[in-house]
Ligand binder design. Structure first.
Ligand code: FAD
Length: 414
């Protein structure tokens, strides 16, 4: 590393997205010095617009719930699923696990700015347009190299602990060689925002609509209504399903929608006014979630799949857990990050993983679209869809693989 001016801090958080903002605020609330370094200027676009109820537990813990409530986002009470003539809804107000009954569908540019501004209001220092370009964990105190994007000025920060909330930037996994390929196949999401003009009275703006493609069951769409008459719309498909299709992203997305009559009907009046974008091969993993002087939060650690909108919830849960442990460590306690952070965090992530795998192999879709499921089972599934994937009292969390296999077999036989 070059010899540059070195600033001394207690905690540095990389990234001011949901994981970084929540972790930083929680540490500050416990009296610690926190510096957040964020590469972009907010507001900035981010994908991940449908939230789960459980994430509001962490927004509340960080003292930001009133600000989020005041921002006027679209209320969300659950998830609806459509496949050809089949339609089913799961309502977070009717879930097994006690907890939040509703959440929001948010334009992430606005939502992330609310959280970051709240963290600043609570005393966290955030430096925007400053990028981490190198990391040195060889000494007792980690040292990060930072570049100010406005003028290229570089400096270093030495600190006691680094929390990496850099999301798809995956700063420490890249710099410390922690990256591990995901076990999921490479999937591609093509998405846009539309003025939806939905006039179908059966359409529920308070739910995300997940639509399965009529023939290719592993291809699915999200329709996420916002509070301003607009929707986020996207299609997710394995790379092989994109072969031979339009390379133009708008044409590609429109053709997938046109092939799916129930969705085409909902969107028949939509004004397509925003160029579509894409994200390829977004699933990622790491060899470890922590090491001496650092822990990985949210997407900087692992990202599964967007189908159950679990990303922000996992990001915030990891932030809350890491901030709590780091507070104890900074207060002089010895903390075992493996048993107190990595293992319990992964337990819930692995629960989501079972249902994501079941979605793509069709077994969980058989359960979702089954018309005679008991209310009890629907409540247990609603809990998972609301983000409460760490509630071991829920049998579908405690033994996800076995329970899903048995249930899927029953649904398939009926
Ligand atoms: P981010 O939100 O990505 O924030 C990371 C921040 O770090 C960014 O602001 C970035 O600028 C900054 N940064 C990066 N590199 C550096 C650097 N070198 N130096 C300084 N700063 C840096 N999740 C949901 O909950 N609901 C959904 O509906 C949903 N849909 C999705 C759809 C798709 C197609 C995909 C791919 C994901 C979806 N997700 C969804 C997941 C969601 O996008 C992420 O899980 C979530 O944004 C993770 O939050 P984070 O705080 O970890 O990272």
């Amino acid at each position: 590393m070059k010899s540059l001016e070195v600033e001394q801090r207690q905690v540095v958080v990389i990234g001011a997205g949901p994981s970084g903002a929540i972790a930083a605020a929680l540490l500050k609330r416990n009296g610690h010095d926190v510096l957040v370094l964020e590469r972009q200027r907010f507001p900035r676009f981010s994908i991940g617009e449908s939230l789960l109820s459980h994430c509001l537990d962490f927004v509340e813990e960080a003292g930001m719930l009133d600000a989020v409530k005041a921002a006027g986002f679209q209320t969300k009470h659950g998830a609806a699923f459509a496949w050809n003539e089949r339609y089913t809804e799961f309502d977070f107000r009717e879930k097994f696990t006690p907890g939040k009954d509703s959440t929001y569908q948010v334009q992430r540019a606005d939502f992330d700015k609310v959280l970051a501004d709240e963290a600043e209001r609570q005393g966290v220092e955030i430096r925007y347009e400053e990028e981490i370009i190198a990391a040195d964990f060889a000494s007792e105190r980690p040292r990060l190299s930072v570049r100010r994007l406005a003028d290229g000025h570089e400096y270093q920060v030495e600190c006691t602990f680094v929390l990496d909330g850099s999301g798809y930037g995956r700063v420490l996994p890249r710099l410390l060689d922690l990256e591990l390929p995901s076990t999921f196949p490479v999937r591609r999401a093509v998405f846009t925002h539309i003025e939806d003009r939905i006039d179908d009275p059966a359409f529920d703006r308070e739910k995300i609509l997940i639509t399965t493609h009529p023939e290719m069951r592993d291809v699915w769409f999200w329709t996420i209504p916002f509070s301003n008459g607009r929707c986020s719309l996207g299609v997710v498909a394995d790379a092989k399903h994109h072969e031979g299709r339009e390379t133009d992203l708008d044409a590609n997305l429109k053709r997938f929608v046109a092939e799916t009559p129930s969705l085409a009907k909902v969107l028949k009046n939509a004004v397509w006014d925003t160029p579509a974008r894409e994200i390829n091969g977004y699933s990622a993993n790491v060899t470890r979630l922590h090491g001496p002087g650092y822990a990985l939060l949210g997407n900087a650690a692992e990202f599964l799949d967007p189908v159950f909108s679990s990303g922000v919830t996992i990001a915030m849960r990891s932030a809350s857990m890491a901030a709590g442990l780091l507070h104890r460590q900074l207060s002089g306690e010895v903390v075992d990050w493996e048993s107190a952070f990595a293992i319990p965090l992964k337990r819930g992530v692995d629960t989501f993983r079972v249902y994501v795998e079941g979605w793509y192999d069709g077994s969980f879709q058989d359960v979702i679209y089954y018309e005679h499921a008991s209310d009890d089972i629907r409540r247990m599934i609603s809990s998972i869809l609301a983000g409460y994937a760490w509630d071991e009292k829920n049998p579908y969390v405690a033994e996800p693989k076995r329970r899903l296999r048995v249930l899927a077999e029953l649904c398939a036989q009926d």
